[in-house]
Design a protein around this ligand. Structure first.
Ligand code: G3H
Ligand code: 13P
Ligand code: NA
Ligand code: ZN
Length: 328
């Protein structure tokens, strides 16, 4: 059944677990997520980015998620719009039937320029007013994703801030978070703690100076009733990097967010954990390997099936590690 983000995260908070929010662009991702959820009895958040809407088209994404709900009726599903850059974009998603939207007012409408605090409060409040009048949930964001190692927003694929950010911009302030939640009424708050989108988060396995789980603890201590969201939460599995590179890929050394660190965040109020890159890496690795090992095959279902299998394995692992399993 389709439910709102608020309903799902209230349950997650009560029982102390987190829910991975996987980005979806195609049928294979959708099937992998749902089959993993069925196998582990987990609730599901599927989210569509602006890039996904551009790739597949909003109606296709919507109907794909509705098809998933039809085929897996026992699984609660949130249909979430990821990183909306304006109230108008969020309004359009509500009209399409999304049960949750993210108004990312940490950036201006260009999706790149860091915004003033008052602007963020203003646009987010507008979206909350619209959304709550029709039972839709809202995720806001305070702070900018970026690398505490380099000071760069560090987004290689065009999602998120551009250029250089200050240390303060990349770490959400607990006091400001309390004010933001009080002024906007958001159902969930995305915070910045040193993670960034994409595969290139850290040049070494992250330690507390570059991945500030302590900041999450401080925010949760200040606003214990608020559901926190961690963006840029892919773990960038080293085994998938090795497979991609073994079969002709060229991905330089890089590190993601260790699953144990996410689990630590979940102990301190993180309820929604955004993951896209890990499924991209697994499907690319699966295809490269299949193509290399089966040079005479040309039926796309053969290699796409491999992507479902491998993405599903990652989803199962995250559902188990985040305590999502058993809570559908
Ligand atoms: O928000 C970041 C996600 O990884 C989505 O990226 O816009 O390339 O689909 P995308
Ligand atoms: P990753 O790039 O780490 O998978 O993060 C995805 C994300 O935050 C989508 O909003
Ligand atoms: Na989101
Ligand atoms: Zn994000």
């Amino acid at each position: 059944a389709l439910i709102s983000l608020r309903q799902m995260l209230d349950h997650a908070a009560e029982y102390g677990y987190g829910v991975p929010a996987f980005n979806v662009n195609n049928l294979e991702q959708t099937r992998a997520i749902m089959e993993a959820a069925r196998e582990t009895n987990s609730p599901v958040i599927m989210q569509a980015s602006a890039g996904a809407r551009k790739y597949a088209g909003a109606p296709f994404l919507r109907h794909m998620i509705l098809a998933a709900i039809e085929e897996f009726p026992e699984i609660p599903v949130v249909m979430h719009q990821d990183h909306g850059t304006s109230p108008a974009i969020c309004q359009r998603s509500m009209q399409l039937g999304f049960s949750s939207v993210m108004m990312d007012g940490s950036l201006l409408e260009d999706g790149k320029t860091p915004a003033e605090y008052d602007y963020n409060v203003d646009v987010t409040r507008k979206v909350v007013d619209m959304a709550h009048s029709c039972g839709v949930s809202v995720e806001g964001e305070l702070g900018c994703l970026g690398s505490l190692e380099t000071g760069q927003a560090g987004e290689e694929d065009g999602v998120g801030a551009e250029g250089t950010l200050s240390h303060e911009q990349m770490l959400t302030d607990p006091e400001e978070a309390a004010d933001f939640v009080a002024k906007t009424g958001v159902d969930a708050l995305a915070i910045a703690c040193g993670t960034s989108h994409g595969a290139y988060k850290f040049t070494r396995p992250p330690t507390g100076d570059i991945l500030a789980i302590d900041r999450i603890k401080a925010i949760h201590a200040r606003i214990p009733g608020t559901h926190l969201v961690m963006h840029g939460s892919s773990s960038v599995p080293q085994d998938w990097l090795a497979i991609i590179n073994e079969y002709g890929g060229e991905i330089p050394e890089t590190y993601g967010v260790p699953v144990e660190q996410i689990a630590e965040g979940i102990k301190h109020g993180v309820r929604k954990v955004n993951i896209d890159t890990d499924l991209r890496l697994a499907s690319t690795g699966a295809i490269r390997r299949f193509m290399a090992q089966n040079p005479s095959e040309f039926d796309p279902r053969k290699y796409l099936k491999e992507t479902i299998t491998e993405m599903k394995a990652i989803c199962v692992a995250r559902y188990e590690a985040f305590g999502t399993a058993g809570n559908a």
